[in-house]
Design a protein around this ligand. Structure first.
Ligand SMILES: Nc1ncnc2c1ncn2[C@@H]1O[C@H](COP(=O)(O)OP(=O)(O)OP(=O)(O)O)[C@@H](O)[C@H]1O
Ligand SMILES: [Mn+2]
Length: 517
């Protein structure tokens, strides 16, 4: 006990409320991290937990400290070695030709935003952004040279018709670093949507979409909940970005995890009075807030710091709608969002043939782009893709934005076959996607290993792995199910090609038996 007190950090939580507590207390205790330490001891140790636990968790094992430490060191070495091997798999994956084949040439019309030179040639600078400096914001002196642009602006200027950012984007580290560490000068609620989220601003005028941690990372979604009642997960937003990049899509805006001080970085800087009014201190001394939204914005559903530190996901903001309007498309395989009714696609096995006849699914790559999206959703168990968006400027010939992934990674013990219905019914897949999936099913590039490696780079990995091992194992299992679906399609081929050939020059590698591609 003495040792526990000595090692307690000032930011450690106060003890959990007495059990069972009032419903509100129970809810608050759940949203704080008080249960995490206890659970961590029951789980197999991981490298991150080992590092973090050296003080707090090892203290709890005092009587057998010496012996425990010896085992821990060995396990730590093993874990470090296996993470290093996963990281080299990830590097090798991203070096693979399937990630480095040149895409279609990008012309000026294929850029989302254009830097227009000033009309008056008499002026010295070809372009200057000039801002009336506001409190907390930096004075801006960017010109048309790329070097002077902050990471968020480079991100915006690099968005093309085909992807949000290039493979091995030289701007990625700086952009993610900005999300993870830059000073927060403002935080206001984002209107629209069902659950609480904030728009965060940085001194260089960059912005991020903030989603708070609402439940423990490895809490499985209750089986009796309809998917549309599930809480969003901050770690799902983070993991979805990593998965989308590993699949080679690059259609999710970059996301970083961050531990935010809810007082200093939200309450003290917000100009949103409606938000500020919802802050309170919980019975166990944690600072909580709940904001205003159409669901789950009440004291019972507050998000709480520990006592002020709150885990959150911060997604890079897309260019403002006034500069780059987006079009929202209703998914043809949308769920009925009713507790009793089924949607047409659930009862009509020939549903795809009618979809294929109507624009925009009747030409171009829209149908196979849609298949890419549902494959991503199946792998991460996201049933909430009722709509998707595209950039209006690009018309119908463009990639689909995979926004809003907060309801993914809710269950690892169950796979949801209905998410794959479009693939089963249409039997169509891009060759490049299919080949990358085959690659990710081989031991050299195993999906779970490269995901573990990629996620280990997120700042919140230090607190605990972003995805628990059962979620990573589920990715491999689901990947096999996707590949089986494609094989089944090929066997029952009815005169129509299953594989959409977007890589004619890689045709020789398309034999599924040739897995070592
Ligand atoms: N990174 C981003 N940059 C700009 N806008 C975004 C970004 N991510 C999401 N949005 C926009 O904000 C809207 C709401 O975000 P999101 O869908 O993630 O919230 P939500 O509360 O889960 O919404 P819903 O309840 O409708 O599912 C989206 O429809 C999208 O248009
Ligand atoms: Mn949502």
């Amino acid at each position: 006990l003495v040792s526990l007190c000595v090692h307690r950090q000032p930011c450690d939580p106060p003890p959990p409320p007495p059990s069972p507590g009032t419903p509100t207390q129970r809810g608050l205790a759940r949203t704080t991290h008080t249960a995490a330490g206890v659970r961590a001891l029951a789980e197999p140790p991981t490298d991150a937990k080992q590092r973090r636990s050296s003080q707090e968790d090892a203290d709890k094992a005092l009587p057998v400290k010496g012996r425990k430490n010896a085992t821990s060191r060995k396990e730590l070495v093993n874990k470090t070695e296996s993470l290093e091997s996963d990281l080299s798999k990830l590097e090798a994956l991203f070096d693979h030709p399937l990630y480095n084949t040149p895409g279609p040439a990008v012309t000026a019309d294929d850029r989302l935003l254009k830097v227009k030179p000033k009309v008056k040639t008499s002026e010295k600078s070809s372009l200057m952004w000039v801002s009336a400096s506001q409190e907390g914001y930096e004075d801006v002196a960017w010109n048309s040279s790329r070097e002077s642009h902050p990471p968020w602006l480079r991100f915006h200027l690099a968005i093309s018709r085909w992807q949000l950012y290039p493979h091995r984007d030289p701007n990625m580290d700086a952009l993610v670093q900005e999300l993870a560490t830059h000073r927060i000068v403002s935080a206001v609620q984002k209107s629209g949507g069902t659950q609480l989220k904030l728009v965060i601003s940085f001194p260089n005028y960059g912005q991020a979409m903030f989603k708070p941690m609402k439940q423990q990372r490895d809490d499985e979604t209750n089986y009796n909940l309809f998917y549309f009642s599930d809480f969003e997960r901050h770690n799902a937003e983070i993991a979805a970005f990593h998965l989308d990049r590993i699949l080679g899509f690059r259609r999710i805006p970059p996301v970083s995890g961050r531990l935010v001080d809810v007082v200093k970085e939200i309450k003290d800087v917000t100009t949103d009075r409606k938000l500020a009014r919802t802050f309170f201190t919980s019975p166990v001394g944690n600072v909580c807030f709940y904001g205003q939204c159409s669901y789950y914005c009440s004291t019972e559903h507050a998000v709480c710091g520990r006592p002020r530190a709150l885990e959150a996901s911060l997604a890079a903001m897309l260019p403002d709608l006034s500069l780059a309007p987006r079009r929202s498309w209703r998914s043809p395989w949308r769920r009925s969002y009713s507790r009793s009714k089924l949607a047409k696609w659930e009862t009509d096995p020939d549903y795809c043939s009618s979809v294929k006849k109507v624009a925009p699914y009747d030409r171009g790559t829209r149908l196979v782009d849609f298949m890419d999206m549902i494959i991503l959703d199946y792998l991460m168990g996201n049933m909430d893709r009722h709509h998707y968006e595209t950039f209006e400027n690009f018309g119908n010939d463009t990639f689909l934005l995979h926004l809003d992934n907060g309801r993914a990674f809710g269950r690892h013990s169950k796979d949801e076959p209905s998410i794959l219905a479009p693939l089963k019914q249409c039997c169509r897949i891009r060759r490049s996607t299919w080949l990358r999936l085959l690659l990710l099913s081989t031991p050299q590039y195993r999906l779970s290993d490269v995901m573990r490696a990629s996620l280990s780079r997120d700042p919140l990995h230090r607190v605990a792995p972003l995805l628990a091992e059962p979620h990573l194992a589920a990715l491999d299992r689901r990947l096999n199910a996707v590949l089986k679906t494609v094989s089944r399609c090929q066997k029952q081929q009815r005169g129509e090609e299953v594989v959409y050939d977007d890589l004619p020059h890689l045709k020789s590698n398309s034999d599924p038996k040739n897995k070592g591609i």
